[in-house]
Design a protein around this ligand. Structure first.
Ligand SMILES: Cc1ncc(C[n+]2csc(CCOP(=O)(O)OP(=O)(O)O)c2C)c(N)n1
Ligand SMILES: [Mg+2]
Length: 449
């Protein structure tokens, strides 16, 4: 990368603010001086003083101090390359991949969900030196949902690295969900060589029109050609989006009270079960899938803390969301207990991601509401006088699954008292102490649910 004042200012529309170097400070840059110049309109700190007429250079410590100021004010920090500091030759040439990782690190992105391939090798060069934790899901859809859960629990954008072709198409379901629910997410993908694009040459992972495909399921989709293009795109792309629309407390209350009047049978008990989780594990994050207790709770349940209740039973409504999203939430806020509520049907969409929780030592409680089929849809068919078809596929033995995944398993009865007892049990305590996931299964015979 060759960044100059002119190139950065032209590409970002930034205005320059000078920070003087004073003899009294031994011509050293003072992080406090930079902090004083920060205003509401400041979006980045660009340090372009490896060499100056006074002979002062930036030290590692200066960069650390200024980095702390950038983090505190949620600003981008664009330092010159540490290695070449003070060296005019080479002008900090750096690959797009490396520059991107550096920007993300400086921006405080501390977790990236990715599945590497030969097309994304450049993103991985030197990644081990960055203060970024790389989490490997079992499928790119899982990467997207983990980034989504991370964003919802932390309030910061979730980030994912995927290969072009199937990596991109696999993650599109998750970006569709994030787009529908206004969740900030950054997906970085490779693309095939520029001169091969659109020619149908049959190259590995080739997509006919990657950008065209992505455009509809991302708020923005951009093709980066040089490292210089990255910063302005990231600044604009990760800027908070203005909130619009009619949703608010009043609308929510009106919708809720209307829905209460139509409470279907059995929903009251399911809401009580969710309340039991909340009351037994106060302050926890409950991440839900499109399963009956979650549908019920979305209408009649109140959670005890912000960013603590979310699911994909609304909006884009993707089955299989909860397991990976709970993993993302746990990474975002390791101090809070995380409970994932998923049906047997939804669980089977993303079951392998439970191993990611094990890899990363995340004490997520995976609660499987097993009613032996797609009960919500079977009920909808029955209500519409349609003979249910395609709704009672057989679930696997979740105890065997837990054993195969090396996780403790607890079977729980469908009662409030057994659920409370299970959540307070020694198994749950030791799983939390040992930072390992656990599976709880509640079986509800299909005909009773
Ligand atoms: C990707 C996807 N495919 C299909 C659906 C339609 N769908 C919504 S709920 C549901 C049933 C889910 O079954 P399960 O997870 O076992 O929960 P249950 O309704 O039985 O409680 C289905 C098939 C969906 N939401 N998402
Ligand atoms: Mg089910």
């Amino acid at each position: 990368m060759y960044a100059t004042y002119a190139s950065v200012m032209a590409s970002t529309g930034a205005k320059m603010v000078r920070v003087p170097l004073l003899a009294a400070d031994n011509f050293r840059i003072q992080a406090a001086d930079i902090e004083k110049k920060i205003t509401a309109g400041t979006s980045l700190i660009f340090l372009n003083t490896p060499h100056n007429p006074t002979g002062a250079v930036l030290t590692e410590q200066d960069i650390t101090d200024i980095g702390a100021v950038a983090k505190k004010h949620d600003l981008w920090l664009l330092p010159m390359q540490k290695k070449t500091m003070g060296n005019r030759q080479g002008h900090n040439r750096i690959s797009v991949g490396k520059a991107l990782v550096q920007y993300l690190e400086n921006r405080g992105i501390s977790v990236v969900f990715g599945i590497p391939g030969v097309h994304t090798l450049a993103l991985y060069r030197g990644l081990e030196q960055a203060a970024i934790r790389h989490v490997t899901p079992r499928h790119e859809q899982g990467a997207g949902f983990m980034a989504d859960g991370y964003a919802r629990a932390s309030g910061k954008p979730g980030a994912a690295f995927v290969i072009t072709g199937p990596g991109v198409t696999n993650i599109l379901t998750a970006t569709g969900q994030a787009l529908a629910d206004s969740i900030p997410m950054l997906v970085v993908s490779s693309v095939n060589a520029a001169d091969s694009l659109g020619k149908g040459l049959g190259h590995l992972h080739e997509l006919p029109d990657q950008q065209g495909i992505c455009k509809k399921l991302f708020l923005r989709s951009e093709h980066i050609h040089t490292a210089r293009d990255i910063l302005p795109l990231l600044i604009q792309g990760l800027a908070p989006v203005a909130e619009t629309g009619t949703w608010g407390e009043h609308t929510a209350k009106t919708v809720c009270s209307k829905a209460r009047a139509e409470l279907p049978p059995g929903y009251g008990h399911m809401v009580e079960m969710v309340e039991t989780i909340r009351d037994t594990m106060p302050g926890s994050i409950i991440v839900g899938d499109s399963t009956q207790p979650v549908y019920a709770a979305n209408l009649y349940y109140g959670h005890d803390n912000p960013r603590g209740w979310f699911n994909a039973a609304t909006g884009f409504g993707t089955l299989g969301y909860a397991i990976p999203a709970a993993i993302g939430a746990c990474l975002a806020d390791p101090g809070r207990p995380v409970v994932c509520i998923t049906g047997d049907g939804g669980a089977q969409f993303t079951l392998p991601e439970m191993m990611t929780a094990r890899d990363e030592s995340l004490p997520v409680v995976f609660l499987i509401w097993n009613n032996f089929g797609f009960k919500e849809i079977a009920d909808a068919m029955a209500d519409a006088d349609i003979t249910p078809i395609g709704c009672c596929q057989r679930p696997p033995d979740f105890q065997d699954i837990a054993r195969a995944y090396g996780m403790p398993y607890v079977k729980c009865h469908n009662t409030v008292s057994d659920l409370a007892g299970t959540l307070k049990s020694g198994t749950l305590k030791s799983h939390a102490d040992s930072q390992q996931p656990v599976v709880i299964e509640i079986q509800i015979p299909y005909r009773d649910s």
